[in-house]
Design a protein around this ligand. Structure first.
Ligand code: SAH
Ligand code: MG
Length: 215
C-alpha cells in the first residue's frame, strides 16, 4: 500500500481542521517539520473525544501542532509537552502564545530523558510519544510509571516506513541500531505485564496501549 497516497486521500476526505490549527499545519509543512500525518490526526482527534483525558503528556512537541490539536479536541485537558531543540522551541513558544491563550499547555524545555524522572507517578491519563525513535525503549519504564491505571499510551512512527518488519540484515547498516531498538520497543509494549497493547499499521506505524487497572 502506498502510504502517502492513502494519507492524501484521508486528508482530503477528513473533516477540515479548525482554522488556527490549519495555519500551524501549513507552516510546519512548509518548514519540513515532521508533524503527525492525517490518519494520526484523525486518530488522536477520536481518542480525545472518546476518552476525554484530563492530564496529557506529550514527548516531542516540535512546533506544537499535535499539542494544539489535542488541546482543541480535549478542551478539559491540561497538557504538558517536552521538546529540546531550540529552533523548534522558539516556534512552539510563538504558536502557544498565539493559539493557547488559556494556557492549557505547559512547555517543558529540555531532554525528555532528564525531565521524565522528575514527573509524578500515575499523573497522566494520556501519553503521546513522538520523539526520537531510538529512545522509545529507554523512555518506556518512566512512561509506564507516570501513566495512571486505565490511561492510554500512543506512540508514533513505530514501523519506520516498513523497515521494522524486515530482517535486520535487509536494512542499511546505519539503520540497524534503530531497527533493533524499535523491535525491542514493540516487543516490550506487547508483553509488558502492566500494559495491553495493539500495533496499528497506520501512517508510519502507531501503537495504542492501556495501563491495566488493578481489578
Ligand atoms: N508531535 C509533533 C512532532 C514531533 S517531531 C507533532 O506532531 O506536531 C519529534 C520532536 O521530538 C522533534 O522536534 C525533536 O527535537 C524532539 N525530540 C527528540 N528527542 C527528544 C528528547 N530526547 N527530548 C525532547 N525532545 C526530543
Ligand atoms: Mg511522528
Amino acid at each position: 500500500m502506498n502510504i502517502s497516497r492513502t494519507e492524501k486521500f484521508i486528508e482530503l476526505i477528513s473533516a477540515p481542521l479548525p482554522e488556527e490549527l490549519e495555519a500551524v499545519r501549513e507552516e510546519a509543512f512548509r518548514d519540513g517539520i515532521p508533524i503527525i500525518r492525517p490518519s494520526v490526526q484523525g486518530f488522536l482527534r477520536f481518542l480525545m473525544t472518546y476518552s476525554g483525558p484530563e492530564r496529557i503528556l506529550e514527548i516531542g512537541t516540535a512546533v506544537g501542532f499535535s499539542a494544539l490539536l489535542m488541546k482543541i479536541f480535549a478542551p478539559g485537558a491540561s497538557i504538558t509537552t517536552i521538546e529540546n531543540y531550540e529552533p523548534r522551541l522558539k516556534k512552539a513558544r510563538e504558536n502557544f502564545a498565539a493559539y493557547d491563550r488559556e494556557k492549557k499547555i505547559t512547555l517543558l524545555e529540555g531532554d525528555a530523558e532528564k525531565i521524565l524522572p522528575e514527573l509524578k507517578s500515575n499523573e497522566y491519563d494520556f501519553v503521546f510519544l513522538d520523539s526520537a525513535k531510538g529512545q522509545y525503549i529507554t523512555f518506556l519504564p518512566e512512561i509506564v510509571r507516570v501513566l495512571s491505571p486505565g490511561g492510554l499510551l500512543v506512540s508514533d512512527n513505530c514501523l519506520q516506513d516498513g523497515d521494522v518488519i524486515e530482517s535486520r540484515y535487509a536494512v542499511r547498516r546505519r539503520d540497524r541500531t534503530i531497527h533493533d531498538r524499535m523491535r525491542e520497543y514493540l516487543n516490550a509494549i506487547s508483553i509488558h505485564p502492566e500494559l495491553t497493547s495493539s500495533i496499528l499499521p497506520m501512517a508510519d506505524g502507531v501503537t495504542l496501549s492501556m495501563k491495566k487497572t488493578e481489578d
